[in-house]
Design a binder for this molecule. Structure first.
Ligand code: ADP
Ligand code: MG
Length: 692
């Protein structure tokens, strides 16, 4: 159990003041700063330079400078004013090493005179007749600024303005900045104080050279941010484990009854993971466990086993799915499994009629119903549970940390303060180790690392989209053999309407080309009832070919489908393609996945698609996605906990994550008084991880 020592600290006041309390910040500049997420004076400190310009060192001209911004000292051999065209002046300058053409455009910049020498700063490029510099900045030797940080900025906000403001913030920091890491820790890692790190990063001196990302000043800052986030998550975890949860240690009679009806045995991995879950649920504190299992690994059975453990002792279970389609599929599966055991399974979705919904709500509130499955509708205020013992969240990556916590709060009854349900979170998205440690630092993890027997590998092919004709034949053959196929239409970012239209016209076209087949259609603009009908028809094999948008990405289970065609695969992330591909290969026949792409295709995109062909290992694909597209792609944009990182980058700074983890353990074990200020600085006082 963690307690934060209530040690009195000097509260840094000024850094928390709004940025417009600085000289030179009016409403216009303040609005520009907001666009950079800078609202307080302190925020300026964490706005790190993108790069630096070394204006302190004159460099001799040479071709190795091409592409660099440098300070040169040149004498003008010839200067010409140009009256026409865009250039105002062109001059030829030289130093001891080489010569360079200098262009001036527009009204601004120095007028260079023949025979005079100048200190000029700018980017050296290669032009038609050798070295060139456009729009050089004239530097007075008296105002040599040495190393100049260049910040990410926004329209209308100049670099010099930003530099001045950061400079003012640094002066405030001189008096007001808390040092949150004790000296022994800093010494161990060779880290400077935060103030020294900030000075090095924002106001480097020439003698120390241009700062680089891998030096201690950056390590200190990035490490501290990661540490603060880990601490926040850990504390939330501790907070929750202080709460009470029902001890659920049923013998498992219902689960045995369920297994007796199935035509298969659970895999070793399913059994092991269910045992881990059971052990958690038998404790008096709330379980918080993440189950990772690749597509088709059989997470639903594990969820059912967990649910039956709670139900056997008279507690209610809520299962939350990311889409209405998936919620209804779960409801059908669970009903099929549970009704022989005499257990009623309710559905709660936004698309139910008012009276259906009222009936479901009443059944839950009175605990007549022990199992409920739903979508976001489960979060709604009016959903009350009588005896919620377990919350299961399927396909966690579609939800944020906060939503998950909101549902768990449902179990906290006013007359049972400090009680919460157990939580089981399931995801098919393999989460790379680095992310699992940070995004899910508040969860224990179980992995279903085995697929049910008898699965055949999926052959993946890359096909240019103008070879569609071949595909039509392929579909024909597959369906003639009694199998079924999916055709997935392109993802249209932010427009369900366009996406649906594309799917409709594709279905239309395929119906013409494959008149002997029944072509179904499912997209996000359909009502849940329509979607259901379509899915049911596909499942019962009334439909041979299902044209779909990416709504079928998660969870849909039709083992007879053995061919999947994905249009515009080059635009999708690997994790998403892997999910889609997981819809086939669920039966005993050979399965195929065809990834369609348009020429021209970038080398990077081609390499990504080739990786899909090479491997079916979800972890490998997720690592590749993480490296190429960043954590948002894997965890979904809703993982706000991560999106708020200011200076750290989970991919680039993975090595510091280990250090941060070690430090988090130490600080928590020591009940360090630094924990609170660290969290406050980086995660914010109003953060949602918990009431730390
Ligand atoms: P996912 O982990 O992707 O959610 P599902 O739970 O939907 O996977 O399971 C995929 C399919 O495998 C389902 O048809 C399910 O009934 C079946 N299945 C689950 N466990 C086993 C098992 N141990 N042996 C054989 N089939 C299984
Ligand atoms: Mg599933």
């Amino acid at each position: 159990m963690v307690k934060i020592a209530a040690q009195q600290r000097s509260v840094p006041q000024k850094l928390h003041l709004p940025v417009d309390s600085l000289a030179g910040v009016g409403p216009r500049v303040a609005a520009q700063l907001v666009r950079l997420s800078i609202e307080s004076i302190g925020d300026l400190l964490w706005h790190l330079p993108l790069r630096y310009e070394n204006r302190g060192q004159i460099v001799p001209l040479g071709y190795h400078l091409i592409g660099q911004s440098v300070l040169i000292h040149v004498t003008i051999a010839e200067a010409k004013s140009l009256m026409r065209g865009k250039a105002r002046q062109v001059a030829q300058g030289y130093d001891d090493a080489a010569s360079i053409t200098l262009w001036q455009f527009g009204r601004f910049g120095p007028t260079l005179q023949t025979g005079q020498s100048y200190l000029l700063f700018g980017e050296v490029r290669e032009g038609a007749s050798g070295l060139e510099m456009a729009q050089p900045e004239l530097i007075q030797s008296a105002q040599l600024e040495a190393i100049v940080p260049i910040y990410p900025s926004t329209e209308g906000l100049s670099q010099s303005k930003l530099r001045t403001l950061v400079g003012q913030a640094l002066r405030v920091a001189l008096h007001d900045l808390d040092e949150c890491l004790p000296a022994p820790i800093r010494q161990r890692f060779g880290w400077p104080t935060m103030l020294a790190a900030l000075q090095r990063i924002h106001a480097p001196v020439l003698a120390d050279g241009v700062p680089t990302r891998d030096e201690p000043a950056f390590a200190r800052m990035i490490g501290e941010e990661l540490l603060a986030h880990l601490l926040a998550l850990r504390l939330k975890r501790h907070e929750q484990s202080r709460d009470h949860a029902p001890r659920l240690s049923a013998p498992g009679r219902l689960y045995q009854e369920l297994l007796a009806q199935l035509h298969f045995l659970p895999t070793k991995a399913q059994t092991r993971v269910l045992d881990e879950i059971r052990a958690d649920m038998a404790q008096g504190s709330p379980m918080l466990r993440l189950v990772q299992g690749d597509v088709g690994s059989g997470k639903t059975l594990v969820a059912a086993g967990a649910a039956l453990t709670a139900i056997e002792q008279g507690y209610q279970v809520a299962l939350m799915a990311p889409t209405a389609l998936l919620a209804e599929q779960h409801q059908r599966n669970f009903s099929q499994w549970f009704s022989p055991l005499g257990i009623d399974v309710q559905l709660l979705s936004g698309q139910q009629s008012a009276s259906e919904r009222r009936a479901s709500l009443a059944a839950l509130a009175e605990a007549r119903s022990l199992m409920v499955i739903g979508t976001h509708a489960l979060f709604q205020e009016r959903v009350a549970f009588d005896q919620l013992g377990l919350v299961i969240v399927d396909e966690q990556h579609r939800f944020g940390v906060h939503q998950r916590l909101a549902l768990s709060d449902k179990g906290t009854h006013p007359d049972r303060a400090g009680h919460r349900p157990h939580q089981l979170v399931m995801t098919a998205t393999p989460i790379p180790r680095t992310l699992a440690m940070s995004a899910y630092a508040d969860l224990d993890v179980s992995i279903i690392d085995e697929l049910p027997p008898g699965r055949t590998p999926i052959t993946t092919a890359l096909v240019r989209s103008d070879r569609r004709d071949q595909l039509i034949e392929r579909i024909s053959t597959v369906c003639a053999e009694g199998r079924q196929a999916y055709w997935v239409c392109p993802l249209v970012e932010d427009s369900e309407r366009i996406e649906a239209q594309a799917a409709e016209s594709t279905a239309e076209l395929l119906r013409e080309q494959l008149p002997h087949l029944t072509v179904g259609l499912v997209h996000g603009r359909m009502s849940a009832a329509e979607k259901n009908t379509q899915m049911a028809r596909f499942k019962s094999h009334e439909v041979d070919l299902l044209v779909a948008t990416t709504v079928i990405e998660v969870g849909v289970d039709v083992p007879n489908a053995s061919l999947m065609i994905i249009e515009n695969a080059d635009r999708m992330g690997l994790a998403q393609l892997h999910q889609l591909r997981g819809r086939v290969g669920r039966g005993r026949t050979d399965s195929y996945c065809v990834l369609l792409f348009d020429e021209p295709i970038s080398d990077k995109a081609r390499a990504r698609l080739s990786l899909m062909r090479e491997t079916q290992d979800g972890f490998r694909l997720a690592e590749a996605d993480l490296a190429q597209r960043g954590p948002g792609e894997i965890l979904g944009t809703r993982q706000t906990g991560l999106a708020k990182l200011r200076v750290a980058d989970l991919v680039r700074d993975a090595d510091l994550l280990d250090t941060a983890r070690q430090l988090a353990d130490e600080l928590i074990a020591a009940q360090s008084p630094d924990i609170k200020p660290l969290i406050q600085r980086w995660v914010g006082a109003a953060h949602q991880y918990g009431q730390v």
